[in-house]
Design a protein around this ligand. Structure first.
Ligand code: 15L
Length: 270
């Protein structure tokens, strides 16, 4: 069942970079949002939105459940969003995921889970992957995103809770280096993806590569975007001349899709 624009949508991680883009973009398009984060919302809360603090890692997940009550969909952008030590990741990204999916189960909401390319970061850059490729996380953060995707699959198989699992590449205003010629996702394409996920009927549990229409460098193909009718309009291709040479010179970083995340604590003997 699609989420109608009369029902509120819960957005976690609302105070983060992508949360703020979505809060602004979705309310402009007429969606009513419940925003939540452990950090205060920077700047004025948009019209058609309310903000409430919540800690995803709370052992008692009742606050998230209350926030999700009556929502058609949970856009889950909260949690640790970069590589961090295990003890920092476990609360928000492991316990937090459980709280989100329990809230979805009890309220029958669809989940859009902001997963990451770091679920597959240790694949080589000369591979072209489809969404059912082997997980190769490049750190504890990427590993927590694998867990999130599997949580989505569990809750669909066992409870029929629908999920749109989006493996986001690099979502920034513009691509910043040669790697992002493959991984870039524009803010407009992110917003249109979320709107497609909100409007689609019966999605099941699907996986989508969250990148713009980058053709000059492509590592990822064959996903489920057709199920929600998403077609990204931006492309990093026009940045190829400016950024093609912007590499690090580090063998481990440049060999792998996850880039710099692969290098963190890397100790494998060559
Ligand atoms: C991510 O998953 C991060 O959230 C983001 O900050 C970037 O590092 C991005 O991946 C990337 O791989 O460029």
């Amino acid at each position: 069942m699609s989420s109608d624009s009369m029902r509120p949508v819960l957005l976690t991680g609302a105070s983060g970079a992508l949360g703020r883009i979505l809060a602004a973009g979705l309310t402009r398009q007429g969606w009513t949002l419940r925003l939540t984060d452990i950090q205060p919302f920077p700047g004025p809360v948009p019209e058609r939105a309310v903000f409430e603090f919540a800690d995803l890692a709370d052992v008692d997940g009742s606050r998230i459940r209350r926030l999700a009550d009556g929502c058609g969909m949970i856009l889950h952008f909260g949690g640790v969003s970069v590589e961090r030590p295990f003890d920092e990741v476990i609360g928000p990204n492991i316990r937090g995921l459980y709280n989100i999916y329990e809230a979805a189960r009890q309220t029958k909401a669809r989940v859009l889970f902001a997963s990451s390319n770091h679920t597959v970061g240790f694949h080589q850059r000369d591979e072209v992957l489809d969404v059912d490729c082997t997980f190769r996380p490049d750190g504890y953060y990427g590993l927590s995103k694998c867990y999130g995707e599997l949580m989505g699959e569990l809750y669909f198989a066992k409870h029929g809770i629908e999920s749109v699992l989006v493996r986001i590449g690099s979502c920034f205003p513009e691509p910043r280096d040669a790697r992002m010629l493959a991984t870039w996702l524009s803010y407009d394409d992110l917003t249109s993806l979320v709107v497609c996920a909100l409007k689609a009927e019966n999605v099941g549990c699907i996986k989508i590569w969250g990148t713009s229409n980058n053709k000059r460098m492509t590592w990822w193909e064959d996903d489920d975007r057709g199920v929600i009718g998403w077609s990204p309009q931006s492309t990093a291709d026009g940045y190829a001349d400016a950024l093609g040479g912007k590499t690090t010179g580090d063998d481990v970083v440049e060999a792998h899709q996850g880039g710099a995340y692969c290098r963190i604590d890397y100790a494998r003997p060559e």
